[in-house]
Design a protein around this ligand. Structure first.
Ligand code: XMP
Length: 521
């Protein structure tokens, strides 16, 4: 079908396989995810193959289960981390459990090579592995090694290997993550240089393909979509309207009582201005959600309840509105599926509401349509621009499906939610006033379930704590906390304590992801 030069990314289950695909697509080269056990025929159309990382260990005798016949193909192959070890081993090298190496390291490039074109002799790379390559087979050579740097663990030989004879290469580090400062250049050198791919893939082209796919899947039926007002569901809504026309698109905005301050009102007004609101429905279901959450404190339980309640409310509204024979539209994006264990080989970190069992069953029955499921947030935003969605919508910070429930630690009640809503509004207002809103991935407040002693005027107080969180991230998969100016933090803190009854203490979260996550629950 495709006249594009295409790269296969073999998903060994590392969290980063799809990130690699995104990085390749950013070079305007189409990248497709393949499973290691896919038949060899599936690999014949590619101009190059990238093997991803994996949580598995080759040293313990685990087999990757990959189609070894790919090594008979006459196309360049590069492996990252586990993929690197897999290649080394296949060609007669040795892989041992050499102990953990995690963090930034300095890569010393041993000789000039097209893979390292445009790079300095020493480059910062990011390492995360236990197994190491300790020798390479015939025809292979060491292209780079690392030395003890900032990384936790010893330096390491064979950090980059290659064989120009076989056109097989491997990097022990992860060029796809931002901590490998010039990783994009290394990927470009492989894809554009060694594989000779011509950049021809565009978001415009992606949009055309998705419109076709949606038309084929939906047929003569209609699409019913939960429109939260976030960038993902808004972009999905606009895409559906383009594919099947606004008359067969039903949008439902649910006020679940877990939205931010004035959010539902604002969302409904904005959706109306987008020309897709021919059938825009609104329901105040806050009692359903807040009622169902009463007394629940465990994060995964909250997520499950919210997911189930969404399904109940949705079905009730579909019946009430007489919408039949519809498909469920969802603005699910790639990180929503991977961190939910949505791909074959990844662990569940958090259950996103669009992956609760009943939805999973609907997906299996082909009743769910998710045109953004392969994209990362940056790509969704690009697509949104393509679709003419206003900047203000496109640049809204991501907001989790379970809303403020996962930022209201401990029990969820209307009173606690109101406290959190007010504090959150103050913080975001200050971030916007400082002109920093667009410079970060997310900023929000969290209500902690602990009380501490304070003093206000002459009185002792015993009240709650608000934690503020602001993070930078490219895709939500990894994140760093933002070094906010002290005066901004001071203003936010003093306003929150003064304006939000019940709060006497404000703290700032200085943890990165990993090891923390962005949301607290
Ligand atoms: P974590 O907390 O897992 O979040 O580091 C990564 C990104 O995902 C968002 N997030 C969600 N988005 N449904 C969503 O649509 C969810 O259940 C959900 N949980 C977390 C989070 O805000 C961050 O941007």
């Amino acid at each position: 079908m495709s006249q594009h030069d295409t790269i296969a990314v073999v998903d060994f289950g590392g969290q980063y396989a799809h990130l690699i695909a995104t990085k390749v697509r950013r070079l305007r080269v189409l990248a497709e995810i393949r499973q290691p056990e896919d038949p060899i025929e599936a690999f014949r159309k590619y101009k190059g193959i990238i093997l991803s990382g994996s949580p598995g260990l080759l040293s313990s005798g685990e087999d990757s289960g990959s189609t070894k016949a790919i090594y008979d193909l006459d196309v360049p192959i590069v492996g990252f981390c586990f993929g690197h070890q897999e290649i080394a081993k296949h060609y007669g090298g040795r892989v041992v459990n050499g102990g953990r190496e995690w963090g930034r390291a300095k890569l010393h490039i041993v000789r000039e090579h097209p893979l390292f074109e445009g790079l300095a002799p020493v480059e910062q790379v990011f390492m995360s592995h236990y197994d190491s390559v300790v020798s390479v087979g015939e025809g292979f050579e060491e292209l780079g090694y690392t030395v003890l740097g900032e990384s936790e663990g010893a330096g390491h030989r064979f950090a980059a290997i290659g064989s120009d004879k076989y056109r097989r290469y491997g990097f022990q580090y992860h060029p796809e993550v931002d901590d490998t400062v010039h990783g994009h250049q290394m990927i470009a050198n492989f894809v554009l240089g060694i594989c000779g791919c011509r950049p021809s893939w565009t978001m415009e082209r992606y949009l055309e393909e998705q419109v076709e796919r949606v038309r084929a899947q939906v047929g003569h039926r209609s699409v019913f979509l939960l429109a939260s007002g976030g960038v993902d569901s808004t972009v999905a809504a606009k895409l559906f309207a383009l594919a099947i026309g606004p008359d067969r698109l039903h949008l439902l905005h649910v006020d679940n009582g877990l939205m931010r301050k004035d959010e539902s009102r604002h969302v409904v007004e904005t959706l109306k201005t987008l020309g897709i609101g021919e059938h825009l429905h609104f329901v105040d279901a806050s009692e359903d959600f807040v009622g169902a959450l009463r007394g629940v404190t465990e994060p995964e339980a909250k997520r499950q309840i919210i997911g189930d309640t969404f399904v109940d409310v949705f079905e009730r509204e579909a019946r009430r509105l007489g919408i039949e024979d519809h498909l469920l539209g969802q603005g699910t994006i790639y990180p929503d599926t991977i961190e939910t264990g949505g791909t074959k080989r990844s662990d569940t970190i958090k259950t996103h509401h669009n992956r609760v069992p009943v939805i999973a069953r609907m997906i299996q029955a082909g009743r769910v349509v998710e045109p953004l499921a392969e994209l990362y947030k940056v790509e969704v935003r690009e697509l949104g621009e393509q679709l003419g969605i206003p900047q203000e919508m496109i640049w809204r910070h991501p907001f989790p499906g379970p809303g403020l429930a996962v930022r209201c630690l401990g029990p969820v009640s209307r009173q606690r939610l109101d406290m959190l809503r007010e504090a959150d509004a103050v913080f975001v207002e200050e971030i916007k006033a400082a002109g920093l809103y667009r410079k970060m991935w997310q900023s929000f407040a969290v209500l902690l379930p602990v009380r501490s002693v304070g003093v206000m005027g002459d009185d002792r107080t015993y009240q709650y704590t608000i934690a503020l969180r602001a993070v930078e991230s490219l895709d939500g998969m990894t994140a760093d906390w933002v070094r906010l100016p002290y005066d901004l933090l001071a203003r936010a803190s003093s306003r929150i304590v003064n304006e939000v009854p019940g709060v006497n203490r404000v703290v700032y979260d200085v943890s990165s992801k990993p090891p923390s996550t962005i949301e607290w629950e």
